[in-house]
Design a protein around this ligand. Structure first.
Ligand code: F6R
Length: 247
């Protein structure tokens, strides 16, 4: 299903509310909530609302375990562009989550350590009973996580090569495309699909054409987000601009 909101703020409040409801429900059952998180511009207002719910409405994250979709490779956690820094700045430093419960792919591994790390990442998610919700943005290549065109529907967490368009879109954060890493570690399409709920968010005109392909286009590895059409647990949450080309 597709839900269209008046603006990104209203859509973000809706998504934050869904996440908060999962956290509270799990709290009442004395269980962990297992969240799959994304970085980038798209979820920033979602995280801001979760911080507000924590500070003003007593929402606790003590029972929350998180897994981020991806991290650049190579990437040190303290670098300004790391997804560790992004998550700390936008969410984790402002809530009461136990940092031991935070998982982000490790951009500092040696190449030969990556396969075992990726398998362990998948296993940790599985051992916790899977992701209760996975939130996603979408890249202009149609990537979800960093599953670029060519990714297989059953792909797992792995090292991938970033598409040139993705690196151009990241150039501003890095002060030039040549400084953007060529690789990343990402959850796979198969990993994402195992989540109990998947919410893909997109805002602004510049996402309208890729959203049209993702929602209405032929299912193809050329646009990995089209695989989401195959899942019953997916909701596309859009603002009017991102939805503007849908029929
Ligand atoms: C981020 C991620 C990416 C982004 C996508 C959109 O963890 O996995 O797929 O969601 O590149 O980025 P923004 O939101 O910056 O347009």
């Amino acid at each position: 299903p597709v839900s269209v909101f008046e603006n990104p703020k209203a859509a973000s409040l809706h998504v934050a509310g869904r996440i908060a409801a999962i956290i509270r429900k799990k709290q009442d059952a004395a269980e962990h909530a297992v969240l799959g998180l994304a970085t980038g511009a798209t979820p920033v207002a979602v995280y801001a609302e979760l911080v507000r719910l924590h500070k003003e409405e007593g929402l606790s994250f003590k029972n929350v375990i998180t897994f981020n979709l991806d991290e650049y490779y190579p990437m040190g956690p303290d670098a300004a562009q790391s997804y560790v820094s992004f998550m700390n700045d936008n969410l984790f430093d402002h809530i009461d989550i136990d940092k031991n419960n935070v998982h982000i792919p490790d951009g500092t591994l040696k190449l030969e350590e990556i396969p075992a790390f990726c398998l362990a990442y998948e296993k940790k998610i599985g051992d916790l009973g899977g992701l209760d919700i996975q939130i996603l943005g979408i890249g202009r290549t149609g990537h979800i996580g960093f599953n670029e065109p060519g990714s297989a529907p059953n792909s797992g967490t792995r090292l991938v090569t970033l598409d040139d368009l993705t690196r151009r879109d990241a150039a501003r954060d890095f002060g030039g495309k040549s400084f953007v890493p060529t690789k990343a570690i990402t959850m796979g399409i198969g990993t994402i699909f195992k989540a109990k709920e998947i919410v893909l968010m997109a805002w602004n005109r510049k996402k309208a054409s890729i959203i049209k392909k993702a929602v209405e286009g032929e299912i193809s590895s050329e646009v990995p987000a089209t695989y989401l059409q195959l899942s019953d647990n997916v909701e596309f949450i859009l603002d009017k601009d991102a939805a503007s080309l849908l029929t």
